[in-house]
Design a binder for this molecule. Structure first.
Ligand code: ADP
Ligand code: MG
Length: 912
């Protein structure tokens, strides 16, 4: 087989739920092309070649199968070993920015969106190869092809000449094109995983009579839960499994099989799955382990397994997983080997760890959290977390999505999907590996501060994903969001029968930024009626120890119906003679009679489990309950934060003006020439040129190679200056004494020159720089995260920034809202607002600077790391000034180019 870069082999989802493999054409594809051509009807041939054509000449085949990955590129789509489509472009010799594009899709596969998909992939590829415009020649009567172009969402210009349309369109990324592709993708992926969650019939391959074996447990679970369709055990050595007639292989089952569970020893898996593919099975769940997780041959087997799955268009969960379940009464699929089946409900769950999955189901049962669907994704060879997000996005049973993640297959896609879905359904995630802050060898402050965990945090924050640390918190937060409305604001009303817990709750809530407002006199008056005289009607409302169910009911009802709080927390300590269950029953009445959208949650500080009446029946809301006020406060704060994210304006990104980009590009291109393949640090003038081009001020700075030159330069600049040694030894110059501030006149300059040059063993002269005495010192930095791309950092503290770590991160690109938030997120930002007679800083200019830097990052994908430290923030109206910069650039490795695999519709799931 001819080689092509592995990242160009992609799997795509088609409209009808089937799939195709797409890859570059190779010289070995002659047979494929010939066969494809034979299968083309006369009309399709005519459309493609503009004439009646019977055979392909060898030269034509030679021509079609040769590409150079730059001026000529062609992608072919395969399904079941047959070529089903091709898309190609050829760069125009006269106009190198323009390429002619052409498609053909086999007659049997038309109408599934393959042409559109191929177009989208080619556009993305062409874009990274300097092509700005596509041109296609389409016969007037070829409506199918015109539809592909129109559906793409690109802006077309069309001219007609002797029956042939010339269609021109820019290949730049457009929002409409992207949105349409995303919509198609969602439908295609959701359709493709349907046989997994809503199968009409099931086979369990490896079903066993041994109730202790995994195959026995799994089969027993599906059987005893009463799956609605037929269930077929497959077992070559047993005629019957649990009173059900068994078949030796899946091929022997006299019925169609939608979904097959594979629970056989590792060495049989590939054969069994091949048989499934041949029998027309549409989804498989491979429980068996011994694949990529063990490395070596296991990893190779997994690749082969995936090959079979993708070739046949099946979808697969696993391998190395504990199964999946769907509690919907239309399915009742208990397809795991776990001993517990959770209550039905509206929370979808995916777990990357099988063992934890069992614990999660058990916890769901105990805490009465209703599950819609649960998937143990195992090695995620095929079905990924991203696929599940798309499947759950429109699933009517699912209101809350929860994820237990160990790794991301494709973070760029995750971020795009999470942002979109999170607006409608909260996504709650436990991302493990938080403490293992991968400290990379870094030579900038930013690099040292930017662990990959910071990138995950930034990703979750920007995408609105609720990140929790533990499984317990996952349940705390999902229990609230699954049962109660999302809080509209931060005001919390507390009702309690004991002062202490009320204060604990209030403190915890306030530490999370929520508020406990004082209630109006009228509301307090209304609440006080019927309460003991000693009770307190301020917030927290303290019913005191004698406060029983009636007191709880009346205070809670008043709070819920007032417009003075956004959520209500009820805390019960077992002091009243009636006990917790009566209070719970009182809360049930409050909830059932209440028709508004203020969430209600409860804390029962007692050993016996929460009362039955807190569980909502017949469509009534359940009242989430916690054992400690702090846990309830934490859950409420996360739900409130989510509500704020959902309401917030995402802001707008700022693009650099075209001429700024041009100037930056010419500086960077020249520097890259100078630095070669390895890349390296930019020189001081190069950085200055870039910063000025994007609109950031820098002090007057000149290089001086000798003392005399330094003295002359200082005099030219005028006023006090700063001397900084230029030397490769000094990462942070001032650490060594390589910086002297505020010198004026020949004598002082001479002393400073002596001092800074003596700090290092060898130097290339000094920088003489205008002195900027005023201003707050902040750091703006950029680091490349290997998985998530550029990460922008902001922090105060000048040279102490690494010590104080008072910094905030966002993934590039930033919006104006991100910029504003990331400044305010640091504790010390108050300094910029004039804390304790400090001079105020020009925060508006600082926000713009962050956006300008983000624009710079867009223009310079070669930027590896950058420290602007310090940026001096002057008084309002005076702007900011960058007094020290470090930037390293290197040619962009191919894996960082905007990739075809990030496109909507591409389901390839290369494991990391
Ligand atoms: P390095 O980071 O390599 O130690 P800098 O150029 O950042 O060197 O200088 C160290 C410190 O000196 C800065 O953090 C800042 O406080 C101060 N400084 C540097 N240049 C100037 C300047 N032009 N005007 C005022 N202060 C400066
Ligand atoms: Mg510095």
């Amino acid at each position: 087989m001819a080689e092509y870069p592995s990242e160009y082999q992609l799997d795509v989802a088609l409209r009808d739920g089937s799939g195709a493999r797409v890859r570059p054409i190779t010289p070995e594809d002659g047979e494929h092309i010939r066969d494809f051509f034979e299968r083309m009807g006369p009309e399709s041939r005519y459309y493609r070649f503009f004439r009646v054509k019977d055979t392909l000449e060898p030269e034509e085949i030679e021509y079609f199968t040769h590409v150079d990955y730059d001026d000529r590129m062609a992608l072919i789509a395969l399904h079941g070993g047959k070529m089903i489509g091709v898309g190609r472009y050829d760069r125009d010799r006269a106009e190198p920015g323009v390429a002619e594009v052409a498609f053909a899709v086999s007659d049997a596969e038309q109408g599934k969106g393959l042409g559109t998909m191929l177009l989208e992939l080619l556009t993305t590829y062409a874009r990274t190869h300097g092509i700005t415009q596509f041109r296609a020649f389409v016969l007037g009567e070829n409506r199918q092809m015109m539809r592909v172009f129109r559906n793409s969402g690109y802006e077309l210009t069309r001219t007609m000449d002797s029956g042939v349309f010339t269609v021109d369109f820019p290949v730049e990324e457009t929002e409409t094109a992207f949105a349409r592709e995303a919509e198609r993708e969602k439908r295609a992926v959701a359709a493709s995983v349907l046989p997994l969650f809503f199968p009409k019939s099931i086979a369990v391959i490896g079903a066993s009579n041994d109730p202790k074996s995994i195959g026995g447990r799994l089969f027993g679970n599906i059987l005893s839960e009463g799956f609605v369709g037929p269930l077929y055990p497959v077992n070559p050595s047993s005629r019957v499994v649990r009173s059900v007639r068994a078949y030796p292989t899946v091929a022997d089952i006299p019925d169609e099989v939608d979904l097959a569970f594979v629970v056989v020893p590792q060495r049989f898996v590939l054969d069994v799955v091949t048989q499934c593919a041949e029998a027309g099975v549409r989804g498989i769940v491979v429980i068996s382990a011994g694949f990529a997780e063990v490395g070596g041959e296991g990893a190779e087997d997994e690749a082969r397994l995936l090959e079979i799955v993708r070739d046949s268009g099946m979808r697969m969960v696993g391998p190395n997983c504990m199964g999946l379940l769907n509690t919907s009464s239309a399915v009742r699929l208990n397809g795991t080997f776990a001993p517990v089946y959770p209550p039905a409900g509206n929370v979808a769950m995916s777990s990357q760890s099988g063992a934890l999955g069992i614990a999660i189901l058990d916890y769901a049962r105990r805490s009465n959290l209703g599950i819609s669907q649960f998937v143990s994704v195992g090695n995620k060879a095929d079905v990924s977390g991203n696929d599940l997000l798309m499947a759950w996005e429109d699933d009517p049973q699912t209101d809350v999505i929860t994820l237990y993640l160990e790794s991301f297959g494709n973070p760029a896609k995750f971020s795009r999907l999470a942002r979109r879905i999170g607006v409608r359904k909260p996504i709650i995630a436990v991302k493990s590996g938080r403490s293992a802050a991968g400290s990379r060898a870094a030579s900038s402050h930013t690099g040292a501060l930017a662990s990959s965990d910071e990138a995950v945090t930034a990703l979750f924050r920007q995408a609105g994903v609720i990140r929790v640390d533990t499984i317990e918190e996952l349940f705390d937060v999902s229990g609230l969001l699954a049962n109660q409305p999302v809080p509209e604001g931060t005001r919390v009303g507390i009702v309690t029968n004991a002062g202490g817990p009320g204060i604990l709750a209030a403190d915890a809530l306030e530490s999370y930024g929520l508020t406990i407002p004082e209630l109006s006199a009228e509301l307090q008056q209304a609440i006080s009626e019927g309460l003991a005289a000693e009770a307190s009607t301020r917030n927290p409302i303290d019913l005191i120890a004698s406060g029983g169910p009636a007191a709880f009911e009346q205070a809670t009802t008043h709070l819920l119906n007032s417009l003075e709080v956004d959520s209500v927390m009820v805390i019960y300590v077992p002091t009243s003679p009636e006990g917790g269950s009566d209070v719970a029953a009182a809360l049930r009445r409050c909830q059932d009679e209440y028709e508004g959208d203020t969430p209600l949650l409860s804390v029962f500080m007692q050993s016996e489990s929460a009362a039955e009446s807190l569980v909502g029946k017949n469509g009534k809301r359940s009242i989430p309950t916690y054992t400690f006020p702090e846990d309830a406060a934490h859950a409420l704060s996360r739900a409130t934060g989510y509500g704020e994210w959902r309401k917030r304006d995402p802001g707008t990104q700022a693009a650099l003006p075209v001429d700024a980009v041009d100037r930056v590009r010419s500086v960077i291109d020249e520097a890259l020439q100078r630095l070669g393949d390895e890349g390296g640090w930019l020189e001081s003038e190069e950085m200055e040129a870039c910063l000025q081009a994007i609109g950031l001020r820098t002090p007057v700075t000149r290089e001086a190679s000798s003392l005399t030159r330094a003295q002359e330069t200082a005099a030219e600049i005028g006023g006090p200056v700063v001397l900084k040694v230029i030397s490769d030894e000094a990462l942070h110059k001032s650490d060594l004494g390589g910086v002297v501030l505020g010198v004026e006149g020949d004598e002082e300059v001479a002393a400073a020159f002596e001092k800074v040059t003596a700090a290092v063993t060898s130097h290339q002269g000094v920088l003489v720089q205008e002195y900027v005495p005023e201003g707050h010192e902040v750091l703006i930095g950029v680091a490349q995260d290997p998985n998530f791309g550029p990460l922008v950092l902001f922090g105060l503290g000048g040279i102490y920034v690494e010590l104080l770590k008072d910094v905030s991160f966002r993934l590039h690109p930033l919006t104006d809202v991100d910029a504003a938030e990331m400044i305010r997120e640091t504790r010390s930002h108050k300094l910029l607002e004039g804390y304790r007679n400090n001079p105020k800083g020009d925060v508006a200019a600082l926000e713009s600077s962050l956006l300008q830097i983000s624009g710079f990052v867009s223009a310079v994908p070669e930027l590896v790391e950058m420290d602007l430290n310090p940026v001096k923030v002057l008084t309002p109206g005076e702007g900011v000034c960058v007094v020290d910069a470090r930037m390293r650039v290197a040619p962009v490795p191919p894996e960082r180019l905007p990739a075809m695999r990030d496109l909507p519709g591409v389901t390839s799931n290369p494991r990391v």
